[in-house]
Write a protein that binds this ligand. Structure first.
Ligand code: ACO
Length: 335
């Protein structure tokens, strides 16, 4: 685990990136209208101003819409895909896997696929998994999706959580790197002792859905924000710094920190620990809130579309989430 990559081996590279959000927006004023909260509290404590909500449809729709844009950008048809990995905590249903639903909706007839649940670290763990499939030589064309419909598990009467989350889909295509860049190194961790601070208690095999679980609100996300914050602020920063240090990357060498967007103050702590200036951190939490598995591909997609990521740029992708799960991945942008 967490072995340095052997750079003599073939490497995986991201060769297309895309995202999709629904049109419906909830701004902080909306929550002020019925909850004991304020735009001022939400903005200063989290950095969030608004979030997009999917009224009709499921997480597969978020993923499919992002995937279609990624395929178009790469110039592929769905039949070019060999493997679909869908990272999500809000699958359409417990089973079948949402990856299968996405495969069918895309009409991708030459692939297999599966779901990966690692909460807010879903995209990082998915990137590690997808890139290892490519490094092994087994696959050449992987579609990696990070999508979540957080509005489906949020209690809109709980001010502690409902202001934090939004819905979105992100997608990247991975292939063998043709040049110098690619997925260079990864440092990923879990600590299951953290599971009591952030979870959805009902609907699984421990507490199957029943009138009682619904009455108790166990089908909603629960978070002890303070406890999670204390760990996130340290561990995400440490993982980001570790990946720099063990690869000899200085703050000048890093083009961007691409952090999971859970709280602006957590991103700031990582930025400071890495010695980066503010312009080197991708931040869009103000417009989307925390979209769980989608935050990192959304940032990559927006910055790529704006022409702000260049071939050869060193990016440090970092996250912390439920589990606990956390880590960082060094990507040298390759297209
Ligand atoms: N409006 C007004 N007041 C609020 C709101 C709100 N929306 N939400 C909470 N408060 C109150 C609390 O009730 C509390 O009041 P009290 O002192 O009277 O009890 C007070 O504000 C302070 O609450 P804290 O929880 O201490 O607030 P904090 O400054 O820690 O911010 C937050 C809360 C934003 C949730 C923060 O703790 C956080 O970001 N935590 C980490 C989130 C994270 O990284 N999660 C992991 C990823 S998510 C995933 O994996 C699915």
């Amino acid at each position: 685990m967490n072995q340095l990559r052997n750079n003599e081996r073939r490497r995986a590279a991201i060769t297309a990136v895309a995202h999709w959000v629904p049109d419906d927006v909830l701004d902080n004023k909306y929550f002020e209208s019925y909850l004991d909260t304020s735009d001022e509290w939400i903005t200063t404590r989290t950095g969030i101003k608004e979030r997009h909500i999917l009224r009709n449809g499921a997480v597969s729709d978020l993923g499919v819409n992002a995937a279609r844009i990624a395929l178009e950008r790469r110039g592929w048809t769905p039949d070019d895909i060999q493997l679909i990995i869908c990272c999500t905590v809000t699958p359409d249903m417990p089973f079948p896997p949402t990856a299968c639903i996405i495969q069918d909706k895309l009409g991708a007839s030459n692939c297999w696929g599966f779901d990966l649940n690692a909460a807010c670290c879903g995209f990082l763990y998915g990137l590690e998994t997808a890139s290892r499939f490519i490094e092994s030589g087994a696959y050449d064309r992987v579609l990696l999706i990070g999508a979540d419909k957080m509005s489906s598990i949020v209690n809109y009467n709980d001010r502690n959580t409902c202001v934090l989350f939004g819905d979105a889909g992100g997608a990247v295509i991975l292939e063998p790197a043709s040049g110098e860049g690619g997925i260079m190194d990864s440092y990923l961790k879990v600590d299951g002792a953290g599971r009591e601070f952030l979870y959805m208690k009902g609907g699984g095999s421990l507490n199957p859905a029943s009138h009682e679980t619904v009455d108790k609100g166990w089908h909603y996300i629960y978070q002890d924000g303070k406890a999670v914050f204390k760990r996130a602020v340290v561990d995400m920063a440490e993982a980001s710094a570790l990946i720099m240090e063990r690869n000899g990357l200085t703050s000048d060498d890093v083009a961007y920190l691409v952090p999971h967007q859970a709280n602006l103050r957590i991103l700031e702590a990582a930025r400071e620990r890495m010695g980066l200036t503010k312009d080197k951190v991708m931040v869009n939490i103000d417009r989307y809130g925390n979209t769980t598995s989608a935050t990192i591909p959304m940032c990559l997609s927006e910055w790529w579309k704006a022409g702000k990521i260049r071939k050869g740029d060193n990016l440090v992708l970092a996250s912390f989430g439920a589990g606990y799960t956390w880590g960082a991945i060094w990507v040298k942008w390759a297209y």
